[in-house]
Design a binder for this molecule. Sequence first.
Ligand code: FNR
Length: 383
Amino acid sequence: QNEIYFGGLHGHIPKFPMCYRDLEARAAQAMAPGVLSYVAGGCGDERTQDLNAEAFNHWGVIPRMFVGAVKRDLSVNLFGMQLPSPLFLAPVGVIGICDQDGHGDIATAKAAAQSKVTMVSSTLMQDPMERVAQEFGDTPNFFQLYTPTNRDLAASLVSRAEAAGYKAIVVTLDTWVTGWRPRDLTTSNFPQLRGLCLANYFSDPVFRKLLARPVEEDPVAAVQMFGRVFGNPLTWEDLPWLRSLTKLPLIFKGICHPDDARRAIDGGADGIYCSNHGGRQANGGIAAIDMLPAVVKASGNTPVLFDSGVRSGSDVAKALALGAAAVGIGRPYAYGLAIGGAAGVSHVIRCILAEADLLMAVNGFPTIADLRGAAIPAPPWSR
Ligand code: FNR
C-alpha cells in the first residue's frame, strides 16, 4: 500500500519500468541492434515464442475468500533444498552481451544472491564458472550443461561445477544445433558473441589439451575447436553415462512430452524441466504452459521446473497452480540487465515476486501448496 499509493502521492517516479511491456520497450532502446536480435529473437516467424506468453491467458486462477492470507510463504523445497522463492533465473548464454559494464554472469549472480533467487548458469559464460560462483552467497545455484561431443570435456565441466559449489546440473537437450533464427541471420552479432561466452571452455584443462597451441597464442583456432566439440545430439543410450557424471540432482531441460518425462525419470533424472527454450529453437509448436499439465502428471513425484513466456507474477502463480515446482524467466532479466545491470535484474525479480505475492494475498493462497490446482482453463470468450 505504502509503496503503491503513497509513493505516487509524494511524486515518486520509479527508476525502472514496472511491467514487462515497458521493460521490453526500454531495453530495446538501450541495446545495440545485434544484441537485441540475439535476446528478443526466436525461431521462424516467432509464432511459438509469441504463443508462449499469450497462452497464459488460456488459464485463470480462481480466487478463494474468507482465507485471510495475511502471511504468505513462497518458499519451495527442491531436491531437499529449501529455496526462499519459487522463481529462478533460467540459463541465458552470452548474457555478458547485455551488460553495459560487461561481466553479465557476475552481475546476474550478484542480483540473484541479493534477491535469494536461484540462478541457473549457462555453459556459455563470459567468466569462468568458478569466478561466478564466488557471488552465490547462501542461495543454491545450478549449472546448465550444453553437452559437448567430447565425453571427457563434459565430465570435466560437470566436476568443475561440483567443486565450485553448484547444487544441481541442468542438461539442456534441445540445443545441440541452433534453431532457424531470422533475426540473428539478419543482424551480425557473431563478433560480440565470440568473445563473450567461451570462458568455461578456454579455462578447461581437457579443452586446452585438445588444442595444438595455447588459447592465448591462437584464439582463432580455439574458437574453431569449440565449434567442433560443441553440441552433442544426445540419445537415450547416453542417459546412463550422463547419470554417471554426477551425484548432484540431475535435471533435463527441454522435455515437453509426457513419454519423454517418464523415460528420463526411469533413467535416473531427479528433475524434469519443461521448456521450449522460449521459442528460440523450434517454431510450430504449442505454448510451453499448455504442455506443462501433462508433463507434471507424467512426472509423478519428480519435480518439474518450467520456463518459456513467463512475464509477470500472475504467470508465475499460474505455472505453480498447474504443478510447476519452480518457475524460470529468461528474457525479462536479460532486459533488466541491459537497462540497469545488477540493479535492473533485482528490480525485475522484485516486481515479479511482489505481484505473485500480492496475487496470493488477494486470492487467498497462503502457500504454494494451497495454490496447486487453482488454475483452470479459461473459457474461449475470456481469453
Ligand atoms: C536462452 N536460453 C538458454 N537455455 C539454455 O539452456 N542455455 C543457454 O545458454 C541459453 N541461452 C539463452 C540465451 C538467450 C538470449 C535467451 C533469451 C534464452 C533459454 C532460456 O534458458 C529459457 O528457456 C528461455 O529464455 C525462457 O523463455 P523466456 O522467459 O525468455 O520467454
